[in-house]
Design a protein around this ligand. Structure first.
Ligand SMILES: [Zn+2]
Length: 63
């Protein structure tokens, strides 16, 4: 017997499947990033975006 929670979960799974399908075969691509020294704090970071590490992006409200 399906209660509301089961129905809700089934709907979420279906919506997720539709999103996956809509995305097609394009693999997930993270935002352009590179490893190196942060332009803002100078700390090495494995993934700089726009030259800034994650903590600095957070601090400065960068994407
Ligand atoms: Zn930084």
């Amino acid at each position: 017997m399906a209660d509301d929670a089961d129905i809700s979960q089934a709907r979420q799974e279906r919506e997720q499947a539709q999103r996956d399908k809509a995305r097609g075969d394009t693999p997930y691509e993270p935002p352009a990033g590179r490893a190196g020294d942060c332009d803002l704090c100078g700390e090495w970071c494995g993934r700089l975006v726009g030259g800034a590490c994650a903590p600095c992006r957070d601090k400065h409200g960068l994407p």
